[in-house]
Design a protein around this ligand. Structure first.
Ligand SMILES: *[C@@H]1O[C@H](CO)[C@@H](O)[C@H](O)[C@H]1NC(C)=O
Ligand SMILES: *[C@@H]1O[C@H](CO)[C@@H](O)[C@H](O)[C@H]1NC(C)=O
Length: 337
């Protein structure tokens, strides 16, 4: 169990529990040790903050430069998404008194970097990035697979959100496969996204919610393809070109329409972030970066070979990668020997 550590005492309590749990037989001794440790920590509490992740600035602080650099250097082909994300996260994190939690909805084709961007955001807020105890990732098909358990899932999820935000107001929740989430479950989290000052005594205004989905992906592809067909630069695509496509598709599509409609209606989503389909050159960039990440010397020939073997659409023009940069790491292994 993770304690908030907002007060040093809670942190010590955390250690007491841990020590007692390891050695139940010699609890007396453990308490003795814990008491000694407590005495020590009372004087050197910063030492403790250093060793155990706490809901404190030592562990949670936003690095704008870091996020900006990561978006520029590690995310490929997403000039629109990069800009929106940086602006949204910076505005929110620098706000002393946000009126609601930050809610981002990331849309786009497979492998375009939605998960990756969530990871970059987490890494530039939490020292431990995705491994932080304050970052929570839920995948619809993995965490909430059976519709019959809807009520249980809903109660559980609400309890988790409440419990975690109570422990640490600066908590982050990522929901993957949002378009596969049951509408009932989405209804369950809606109250937490709203403008309430407090809900049952808990304020959710410092929290961050990120929704990932393929919803609208096809419309985004269409816009990118239109630009390509008319010989315009990809970099000329602006948010407004995509926003239209996104909102239309959202309302037209039955499956993804429901959650969107209810979230949009109440203005619960602060930013819709479109991810463009990736081209051959972006796949190559991903491949080179991945080789470097594996500790290898980036080899253009190897990466080129791999990228060429992938599928692209439309069939004749072969403009966009079917799978983007998804699973590029394991794909590469096949070409490296
Ligand atoms: C912020 O990120 C930059 C770039 O990664 C890094 O050089 C810098 O040390 C970071 N700042 C803090 C306070 O962690
Ligand atoms: C926090 O969320 C996790 C799921 O990510 C859950 O297992 C845990 O019980 C929650 N903590 C509290 C205090 O509710």
């Amino acid at each position: 169990m993770r304690l908030p550590c907002s007060a040093p005492l809670l942190c010590m309590g955390c250690h007491l529990i841990a020590v007692a749990a390891i050695e139940p037989v010699s609890t007396g001794l453990a308490l003795g040790i814990a008491a000694a440790v407590t005495g020590f920590l009372a004087r050197y509490q910063n030492v403790l903050y250093y060793f155990q992740e706490c809901c404190r600035p030592e562990w949670i602080s936003y690095n704008k430069t870091g996020l900006q650099e990561d978006l520029e250097e590690k995310l490929f082909g997403q000039h629109v998404a990069s800009r929106v994300i940086l602006k949204a996260v910076t505005g929110f994190m620098n706000s002393e008194n946000p009126k609601k939690p930050l809610v981002l909805s990331l849309h786009g084709w497979t492998g375009t970097g939605k998960n990756f961007v969530s990871q970059l955001i987490a890494e530039n807020i939490y020292q431990k990035g995705m491994a932080s105890g304050f970052v929570h990732l839920f995948t619809a098909t993995a965490h909430f697979p059976h519709e019959v358990h809807l009520e249980t899932y809903k109660a559980q999820l609400q309890q988790w959100i409440k419990g975690n935000v109570t422990n640490c107001p600066r908590s982050m929740f990522i929901f993957d496969e949002m378009d596969k989430m049951h509408p009932g479950l989405i209804d369950g989290i809606k109250p937490y996204l709203d403008f309430y000052e407090r809900l049952d005594g808990v304020s959710y205004r410092q929290a961050i919610f990120i929704f990932l989905s393929n919803a609208g992906g096809e419309k985004i592809v269409q816009v990118a393809l239109d630009f390509w067909t008319s010989g315009r630069e990809r970099e000329e695509i602006e948010l407004k070109d995509l926003e239209m496509a996104l909102s239309l598709s959202v309302f037209n599509n039955k499956n993804s329409g429901f959650w969107h409609t209810s979230l949009i209606d109440k203005n619960l989503v602060d930013f819709f972030v479109p991810f463009l389909p990736l081209e051959f050159k972006h796949v190559v960039q991903c491949g080179l970066a991945e080789m470097a990440a594996k500790g290898l010397t980036p080899d253009a020939a190897v990466v080129d070979h791999m990228a060429r073997d992938m599928n692209y659409f439309p069939k004749d023009e072969r403009v966009f990668s079917m799978k983007g940069c998804k699973a590029i790491s394991s794909r590469l292994d096949f070409y490296i020997d």
